[in-house]
Ligand binder design. Sequence first.
Ligand SMILES: [Zn+2]
Length: 258
Amino acid sequence: MEEIKCDNCKKDIEKERFILNLKVCPYCDYHSYINARDRIQITVDEGSFSEIANNIASVDFLNFYDVKSYDERLREAKLKSGLDEAIIVGEARISGFKVALGVMDFSFMGGSMGSVVGERIKLIANHSIKKEIPLIIFCASGGARMQEGIMSLMQMAKAVSSINRIREKRLPYFCVVTNPTSGGVSASFATVADIIIAEPGALFCFAGPRVIEQTIKKKLPEDFGTAERNLRNGQIDMIVPRRELRERLTTLLKLFVG
Ligand SMILES: [Zn+2]
């Protein structure tokens, strides 16, 4: 029987049990990475997701090269993740409620925000406004995509101004923070939601604890940047285990949409 080792407690878990448990460790409750397609499948009503804005693609406009070209990195990311970018957006239903949905995937270049991620957020925000339906975004990101230089940083302002237009229309916007959410995403559309939900143990911060420790040369608290600490400090609204997320989103949709 195939087994998987928990990244946190290192115990062996029967693969089938792990998958049925939505990739949450049955021993220590560690919420493992889940890809965007699986996330959509466990969140929305069966067969209700229809993708939009999938006709735009990142290009290497700076001819950026570190140890590999950006073009090559994009090709690799597509092969590895089976996605064409770090976010999928579209319309779906959750317990019958129509929603505009965005789901980021960390396996595509660390969920980094480049110009296509920003553009898709703008387009799904526009869709939410056009259809007068709530917006829900699942975040997972290491930050801005350095291969796009300043253009990637500009996506922060673009995403937030798109969210502001949703606010002007008095449409609800919920954000679900998954492990990890940091950098430009945590500093823009992840933190301006009406309701910020996090999965247990999710890292949610601007700079990661290792970078900060190296910079200030001090030891940080054990739980720095975790969902639990963020909840205590009022940075997020609730922590919801993965198996209860769909139900909680349904409750919120009932409250906000009626
Ligand atoms: Zn575990």
